[in-house]
Design a protein around this ligand. Structure first.
Ligand SMILES: Cc1cc2nc3c(=O)[nH]c(=O)nc-3n(C[C@H](O)[C@H](O)[C@H](O)COP(=O)(O)O)c2cc1C
Length: 169
């Protein structure tokens, strides 16, 4: 078992814009024998309904979306830069077609609170789903947003309560 140190949200020193937007993350849902994961660079963290929350945006076409749909928990996993190629592959091919984590050499590793992350991760965040929705194009206030959706596959939005933040030891 990997050694994780749990910290409070206030103790997280990473810059969230760099963490998500530049370093990228894996969104993972499911159990060790039945899970899927995908790379994401859009998302956020903050406070809502008196709780620390993370928000992810998943197009309905992603296989990962099925796993986030049917599981109460999803996790966000962050890696050192040497895993950039692995994250690129996990963001290019689908778990419908390939065993992505096996291909890139990532090993599923349970978190102390039951979520699933990776032996190779440096930081993992467990989220319990609180809210979901789908972007409605009629609510877009900026006409440029629609350009992100030539296939009209508007993202599903999942807001999860952050239930655990774990640093690899
Ligand atoms: C850097 C990067 C960031 C990505 N960010 C997102 C994202 O935030 N939301 C999303 O739906 N897809 C995103 N993707 C695309 C998915 O990771 C990609 O379609 C993946 O193959 C889906 O795998 P799946 O079908 O196994 O779920 C991103 C891809 C890359 C390379």
């Amino acid at each position: 078992m990997k050694d994780w140190k749990q910290i409070n949200p206030e103790e997280l020193t990473d810059n969230v814009f760099k963490l998500i937007g530049k370093d990228w993350m894996l969104i993972t849902a499911g159990k060790q024998d039945d899970f899927n994961t995908m790379t994401a660079s859009w998302g956020g963290m903050g406070v809502l309904w008196h709780k620390p929350v993370a928000t992810v945006y998943i197009r309905p076409t992603r296989y990962t979306n099925e796993f986030v749909e049917k599981n109460e928990i999803f996790t966000l996993s962050f890696f050192e830069d040497k895993y950039r190629d692995a994250l690129t592959i996990c963001g290019t091919i689908s778990g419908r077609d390939e065993d992505k984590t096996a291909i890139v050499g990532l090993h599923g590793e349970p978190l102390p609170d039951g979520g699933l992350s990776y032996r190779e991760a440096r930081l993992a965040i467990s989220c319990r789903k609180m809210y979901q929705d789908t972007f409605k194009p009629e609510n877009f206030l900026d006409s440029g947003i629609e350009r992100n959706y030539p296939k009209k596959d508007y993202h599903n939005i999942y807001i999860g309560e952050i239930t655990g933040i774990f640093l690899a030891q």
